[in-house]
Write a protein that binds this ligand. Sequence first.
Ligand code: FES
Length: 496
Amino acid sequence: MKKVTVSLHPLGKEILTRKGSPLLDILQNVGVEFPCGGKGTCGKCRVRVLRGKIETGPEHQSMLDRLHLPPDWRLACMSNCDSDLLLEVEQYETIIQADESLFEFNPGQGLGIAVDLGTTTLVAQLLDLQSAKVLAVETSLNPQRKYGSDLISRLESALELGIDSMTGMIRDLIGEMIQRMMAGRTGSLEKVVIVGNTVMQHFFCGSDIRALSFYPFESKELGLKRFAPDQLHWKFPCNQILFYPSIGSFVGSDILAGILATGMHELEAYSVLIDLGTNGEIVVGNRRSLLCASTAAGPAFEGAKISRGMLAVSGAISSVVPVSGGWDCRVIGNGDPKGICGSGLIDAVAGFLRAGHLGDYGEILSGEPEIMLAGGVGITQKDIQEFMLAKAAIASGLEILLDRLHIMPEDLASVYIAGAFGTYINVENLVGTGMLGFTHDRIIKRGNTALMGAKMLLFSDPSIAEAALVKISHVNLESEPRFQDLFIGHMNFTPP
Ligand code: FES
C-alpha cells in the first residue's frame, strides 16, 4: 500500500498516511475542527497547499469559488491525500506577531527581507525598499522546539547531537520562507536582515556554542555576520545577508533591534523595554547609556512550564474575566478550550488575586489543588508557583538595572512592552500581579519590536546599530550578589 506524508504548517507535525485517504480523517486526529460537519459550507477547515497537489472536483471547486478563496486554498473536508503535502492549517494560525508600524526611511532599490528568528517563532516580511511597503509575510514555529522550549535545552541538544543539524534546520526553514515570499516576483532581492537571540545567532551562523554552554558563558562570536547565499545553501541570489550582532551572551540582536525600534537610545528621558518572549529581556536607559539583562521568565508565558499551557493558537484561553460565580474565558478560534496561553495566564492570576483566591505567597486559599476556569482547563498550585518565579525574575532584574543607573521607577518616562504576545496582554492585569512596579499609564505595548527594528535596518548600514551598541552594557544577573535576595523578596503577591 502506497504511503504519503502530510506535513502541517506552522506546527511542524508530519503524518504518514495511506495514499488517497481523506484529509478530514488526518486533521481530525490532530485537533482541527470541522464546524459544519464536513459539508463544505462553512469554509472553516480551509488549508493552503504549500507543497504537493490536491485535485478539486466540480463540487469542491464551486465551494471554493463561493468562498472566494485564492487558488492555493482547499477545504480539508473535501480533499484527499494523493501526494506528499505541506499544508498551512488556518485553524493552527498562531498569533505570531508580524509588525505593521510605520517608520522613517531612506528609499533604496529592489526588495529586502527582515527576519525575526525567535526561540519559539519566526516571522519574516518582504519589503519594497523604494516605498517600505510590506509585500508579503511568512510565519512559522521554530522547528527546534522539539529539542525543548528553552535555550538551555536547545544548547544541551546541540552539544549532544552536534550543531550542524540545528544550523541546517534553521537555515533551510528561513530559505524556504524567503523563497515562498519571492515566488513570482520580478524585483531583485538586495538584502536580508536577520535578528535573534544569541543562541539562535550561534545556531544560524554555525558558531561554536560551547562558550555559551559553560561558565563563564562568554562567546567571542557575538559580532555582525555576513553570508553569501551559497554558504547557506540558498538557491536564490541576494546581495547582502546580514545577521546582526548580539549585545551579550544572552541578549541578542532581537533586543538591539527593539532598542532601535523604540528609539530609547536617542531619548534624554529614561525608558524601559521589556520583552516577554522566551528569554524575558529587560533594557533600561537613555541616550547616554543603556543596561540590559536577561531573565529566565519567558517559558511560563509561552506555556512551557504551565500544566495546561500552550502557545496562543486555536483552542487557547487568551483572556479571563471574572463574572459572578466563575470566569468568562475567551478562546482563540471560539472552540472548546484546550489550554491557556500567556495573556490568559496573566488575566487568570490577576483575577484570582482580586477575587481573594490566593494568599500572599500564591497559595490557593481554598486548599484545592487547582482553580478551574472553563472546559476542564484550570490553573494548578504549581502553575501559580511558575508564574511567581517569572514575575520575581522580571521584578528583581528591573530593580537591579534601575539601581545601577541610580534611578527610581518614577524617573522612567515610558515602559515599552514587546514580545510575541505583548500586544494581547491586559496591561492593568499585568500591573495587578505586581510584576512591574509602575502605574499602567506609562506602559506602552509596542508589539514585535525585533521585527520592526530589523525592517529599519534594511534601510541603513550596520554602523547605525554599531553606534547604538557602544552605549549598551550587559549585566549578568546571576553574578549580581543582591539578585537572590531580591528574587526571594519578590516571590509573593504582597503590594509594595
Ligand atoms: S468543515 Fe465546513 S467547510 Fe469543511
